[in-house]
Design a protein. Structure first.
Length: 387
């Protein structure tokens, strides 16, 4: 990226001055917060300095190539011997001069993903932690099935029914989605013709692109009446309805990842199986599935994550009734749907508000457990292969 020159300093100071003038003129008689002004000045100053550095390096590479040097004010100097000729060559030389910037951009992107996750985690902890030190009884919080934040006298915050509803809908949906997803991935990867394969891939991608609120409408308006007519259920929005919707929403994720994992198995494995007289199904179950165990497990866990974190479709299709289900046709209430339905009504900073963030912490713990189990299983598979 080169050392800092007068050009970057001038750009930095200019941005600070312009930002200050604009903020003061727009504020009028209103008081300006010094901290806000300082942060915006630093942000715009750094952005202007970085932009000047990028322009300087590109211009030097475009005009002089790798022999470019810079004077104190940032102007490119140096010999024109070996400088690129022609617009295309000069442009490529200018982009080559930005290699350091691209490297830093990639680093920033990598670290920003980690920082965003950590920031979200600390925000949820910050908002939900007061509930842990307040009047919330954690034993009753996890063991009680009574959830009634608006109860007269004493609000009831028991999430046992919510946890049971979340796990029951997720497990039931995975029991349907995993066989269907792995079967579809196997067919697309090993048995479908070229045209059929391309058509199915497009359809699967379209299935994944359907918004969750549309899936919720399908559950309410299509699956609901069908379940009432076929099963005699009192209401059509229940645990079975939500599980069917979640299964349909998870199948595209499972199919995409599982199909990629199966295609990543070397063709020599298939050829060796055929040479030994194995049928295509024997090759799939005894050769491809064991070889692609890590990828298939990742596909299943992504499906679990898709199901356990879904909100709108579950809110619309499960009935949102806070009680422990005794059959597949009972309405249930999930953790994510509870947060989505009640966050807008909870006073900011109040007990109800803090408890909803505490539910978010519980969801974080669920996600951590799923990821930890997946990591242990994948490591076990790798150690088994290496051993």
């Amino acid at each position: 990226m080169g050392r800092i020159s007068g050009l970057e300093i001038i750009a930095f100071l200019t941005a600070i001055v312009l930002n200050t003038v604009v903020r003061v003129s727009m504020a009028g008689d209103d008081a300006i917060q010094p901290a806000s002004l300082l942060l915006t000045c630093l942000g715009y100053g750094l952005l202007a300095s970085l932009s000047a550095n990028i322009i300087r390096n590109f211009a030097a590479g475009f005009l002089l190539g790798p022999n470019a040097r810079f004077n104190l004010f940032g102007c490119p100097t140096g010999s024109r011997v070996g400088a690129p000729r022609g617009f295309r060559a000069r442009a490529m030389s200018g982009f080559d001069a930005l290699e350091g910037h691209v490297e830093w951009f990639i680093r920033v992107c990598g670290w920003s993903a980690i920082l965003f996750v950590v920031a979200i985690f600390f925000f949820v902890i910050k908002e939900g932690a007061p509930a842990l030190t307040g009047s919330i009884d954690l034993v009753n919080f996890f063991s009680s099935a009574k959830w009634d934040p608006t109860a007269a006298g004493q609000a009831q915050y028991g999430i046992l029914a919510l946890i049971v509803g979340t796990l029951s809908v997720t497990i039931l949906s995975m029991l349907m989605a995993v066989p269907l997803g792995l079967g579809a991935a196997t067919y697309v990867s090993e048995f479908a013709g070229i045209r059929t394969k391309e058509t199915l891939k497009v359809l699967i991608e379209l299935l994944a692109a359907i918004p969750s609120v549309v899936w919720g409408f399908i559950g309410m308006m299509v699956l609901g009446p069908i379940l009432v007519e076929t099963t005699g259920a009192a209401v059509g929005v229940n645990m079975l309805n939500g599980a069917l919707i979640l299964a349909l929403m998870s199948v595209p994720v499972i199919v995409s990842v599982a199909e990629d994992s199966l295609r990543a198995v070397p063709d020599s494995y298939r050829e060796a199986g055929l040479a030994m007289g194995a049928t295509r199904w024997e090759i799939v179950f005894r050769v491809l599935f064991p070889a692609a165990k890590s990828g298939l497990l990742a596909a299943v866990l992504l499906g679990v994550g898709r199901a356990i974190g879904e909100t709108m479709a579950v809110l619309m299709a499960t009935g949102h009734s806070g009680r422990i289900p005794t059959s597949l046709l009972d309405p249930v209430q999930t953790l994510t749907a509870t947060i989505a339905a009640e966050m807008g009504e909870a006073p900011r900073g109040g007990e109800h508000y803090q408890v909803l963030f505490l539910i978010g912490i519980v969801l974080f713990v669920f996600a951590f457990i799923v990821n930890m189990i997946a990591d242990l299983i994948v490591k076990g598979i790798r150690n088994e292969k290496n051993g």
